[in-house]
Design a protein around this ligand. Structure first.
Ligand code: IMP
Ligand code: MG
Length: 182
């Protein structure tokens, strides 16, 4: 995809790096308090989780291990989901562990619902969910994440790990993708 330099410069910042930092701090404290006495396995959903995961685990003053899983449904277009493919080959033994699934965004809810189902069959002691963003008015399945960073309007967003065609993940803030790009 070719987005001109001018378009990149004029991206509308929806959530600044500063606001993300403050919110991730608060989420880390809340999660650590909820899991006292229970070591955690944070299961990050590749690839969008990576920036959020790296920041959150450093705010968790808590015994924590990291696992990664891949679930992809978006193939090239901003709004049309394809079939969801789950790849769990990288997961360690999760028997008896307390899992916190970490994803970048809850949109229709299909991905996280499927991942909870998938991980619940692996003998974990508990499975909870944490998303940085939740889009208002897009959910197709009834699902409430246990921890939500920010509720956002129904716009396609990029940055802080979120991509469009694998671009923009490196932006330190969350921005709205310009219409011209999708
Ligand atoms: P869901 O299954 O519809 O809830 O979609 C979740 C996945 O879709 C996320 O993990 C993202 O990879 C992708 N996604 C949904 N909305 C956006 C967006 O606004 N920007 C970037 N990726 C998105
Ligand atoms: Mg994703």
């Amino acid at each position: 995809m070719c987005l001109s330099w001018e378009s990149r410069q004029s991206m509308e910042v929806l959530i600044s790096a500063e606001r993300i930092r403050e919110r991730v701090d608060a989420m880390g404290a809340e999660i650590a308090a909820d899991y006292v006495g229970r070591p955690l396995v944070v299961v990050g959903v590749l690839t969008g989780c990576l920036v959020f995961l790296a920041d959150l685990i450093r705010r968790l003053n808590h015994p924590t291990q990291i696992a990664l899983i891949q679930a992809s449904s978006y193939r090239g277009t901003a709004t049309t989901p394809g079939e969801l493919i789950v790849k769990g080959e990288m997961l360690p033994d999760l028997h008896g562990r307390h899992l916190l699934i970490l994803d970048d965004i809850l949109d229709t809810g299909q991905t996280i619902t499927k991942l909870v189902e998938y991980l619940s069959t692996r003998g974990a002691a508990s499975v909870r969910t944490c998303v940085l963003l939740q889009k208002i008015g897009r959910q197709q399945v009834e699902f409430q994440a246990d921890y939500v960073g920010f509720a956002i309007p129904d716009k396609f967003v990029v940055g802080y790990g979120l991509d469009f065609n694998d671009e923009f993940r490196h932006l330190p803030f969350i921005a709205v993708l310009p219409d011209s790009a999708s």
